[in-house]
Design a protein around this ligand. Structure first.
Ligand code: AOF
Ligand code: ZN
Length: 367
C-alpha cells in the first residue's frame, strides 16, 4: 500500500487539474495519478469537454499494468454514461484495488454513485484527502452543475478611494503590471466576460485574453437595456470571440435586427426599462456559459451584487487616491444599506500583495 505518500500523489493530481483551468468549459478540472509498487505508472488530466476523463488518460498510460494499483483522483469517478463511458467501470475493469478521492462529484447523475459502485466491487475507497483545495478548484463547476446558472466572479481594479477612473474618465493605468496580468488569467479561466454598455461606449474594449502564453478568449456579454451599443464597437466587428448582447423587450427592434445581421446574439431578458439580471443568468446558463467574469462599471457591479448574483469578489487596489466625488465613477453604485450591520459582507477573505498593489478577495455572504 502507498498510504504514506497519499498527500504527495493527490497534490500532484490537483496540480495537473489546476493547470487545465479555463479549458474544460462547463466540465470540472480533474487530475488522476495511478501508483503501483511505489511508482507512478499513469498520469491523466481532463483537458476538454467531450474528450477523455482524467482516469481514462491515466489508465491508458498505465497500459494494462494497473491491476493491484492505487488511483488518486481529485473528483469522485463518474458512474454515468455522459459524453464518455463511466470511469468507475473502467477502474474496476483494470483491477485497481484502492481509490483515493479528494471530493465527491455533486453532479446529480453521479453524487455518490461512483463511490458506491467502486465499493460494491470490493475496491477500498477513501474520500476527502485535500478536499477543501479540490472544492475550491471546481467552484465554478459545482455552482453550475447544481443551479444551471453561471458562477460569477466580480473583478475590479480601483484606487484606494474605490474609483475606477478620474472625474475626466481617465483610467490608464490604475493597477500595476502584475495585477493586470492576473486579470488576463482570470479571463482565460471564465467562459464569459460581462460589462455594461457604458464601458463599451467609453473605452471600446476588446475584452479578450492577452497573456504571455496564448489563452482562450471568453464570450463577450454586454448588458445594454436600450441597445445603445455602436455598431462599429470592437466587440461587434473584431471577430475575435462571440458576443452576446443582453437587452429588454422595450429595446428598439431596428437596432436588434442590425446587431443580429452583424453576427451578434441578442438575448431579451425582461420587459425593461432595465435588463432583468436574474433572468439573464438563467438564459446564459441555458447557453452553457458556466462562469462569467464581471468587469462592470459601478452600476452593473452594484446591481449584480445587490441581486445576490455574485459568487466571488476580487478587488485590486492601487496605492492612489484620485477623489472626484460623484463625478468620478466608483466600483459599486447601488442604493446602499442604512445600517452597517446590513452591509454586504465577504467571507473567506484572502489578501495578497502584488508589489505595491493589494488584492482582496472573498465570497459575499448570502442575504
Ligand atoms: C470523472 N473524471 O475527468 C471528469 C468527470 O460529458 P462527460 O462525459 O464529459 O461527463 C461530464 C461529467 O462527468 C461532469 O459533469 C462531471 O460530473 C463528471 N466529470 N468525472 O470521473 C473526469 N471530468
Ligand atoms: Zn469519468
Amino acid at each position: 500500500m502507498d498510504t504514506m505518500n497519499d498527500e504527495f500523489y493527490m497534490s500532484l493530481a490537483l496540480d495537473m487539474a489546476e493547470r487545465a483551468q479555463g479549458q474544460t468549459g462547463i466540465n470540472p478540472v480533474v487530475g488522476c495519478v495511478i501508483v503501483k509498487n511505489g511508482a507512478m505508472i499513469g498520469l491523466g488530466t481532463h483537458l476538454q469537454r467531450g474528450s477523455g476523463h482524467a482516469e481514462v488518460h491515466a489508465l491508458n498510460m498505465a497500459a494494462g499494468q494497473a491491476a493491484g494499483s492505487t488511483a488518486y483522483v481529485t473528483l469522485e469517478p463518474c458512474s454515468h454514461y455522459g459524453k464518455t463511458p463511466p470511469c468507475s467501470e473502467r477502474l474496476i475493469a483494470e483491477g485497481v484495488i484502492r481509490v483515493v478521492i479528494a471530493c465527491e462529484d455533486p453532479n446529480p447523475q453521479v453524487a455518490g454513485r461512483g463511490v458506491r459502485m467502486l465499493r460494491d466491487h470490493g475496491i477500498e475507497v477513501e474520500v476527502g484527502l485535500l478536499r477543501e483545495r479540490a472544492l475550491r478548484l471546481n467552484e465554478k463547476f459545482i455552482k453550475y452543475i447544481l443551479t444551471k446558472q453561471p458562477f460569477v466572479t466580480l473583478k475590479s481594479a480601483s484606487t484606494l478611494d474605490g474609483k475606477l477612473a478620474t472625474k475626466m474618465g481617465d483610467s490608464k493605468w490604475i493597477s500595476n503590471g502584475a495585477a493586470r496580468e492576473i486579470v488576463h488569467t482570470l479571463r482565460h479561466r471564465h467562459q464569459g466576460i460581462m460589462v455594461g454598455v457604458n464601458t463599451v461606449i467609453a473605452d471600446n474594449p476588446s475584452l479578450t485574453t492577452r497573456m504571455d502564453v496564448p489563452g482562450i478568449h471568453p464570450v463577450r456579454i454586454i448588458i445594454d437595456s436600450s441597445l445603445r451599443i455602436p455598431l462599429d464597437a470592437a466587440v461587434i466587428t473584431d471577430g475575435l470571440a462571440p458576443t452576446i448582447i443582453v437587452t429588454t423587450e422595450s429595446a428598439n427592434t431596428v437596432s436588434k435586427d442590425a446587431l443580429v445581421a452583424a453576427g451578434v446574439q441578442v438575448l431579451i431578458c425582461g420587459e425593461g426599462p432595465r435588463v432583468n439580471l436574474k433572468e439573464a443568468m438563467v438564459k446564459l446558463g441555458e447557453l452553457e456559459i458556466g462562469s462569467i467574469l464581471l468587469e462592470g462599471g459601478g452600476t452593473l457591479n452594484g446591481s449584480m451584487l445587490e441581486s445576490g448574483l455574485v459568487d466571488r469578489v476580487i478587488l485590486f487596489f492601487a496605492p492612489k487616491i484620485s477623489g472626484g466625488g460623484a463625478e468620478a465613477p466608483g466600483t459599486f453604485i447601488f442604493p446602499g444599506v442604512e445600517l452597517m450591520k446590513d452591509a454586504i459582507t465577504l467571507q473567506g477573505v484572502e489578501v495578497e500583495t502584488l508589489g505595491d498593489n493589494v488584492c482582496i478577495s472573498g465570497t459575499p455572504v448570502p442575504r
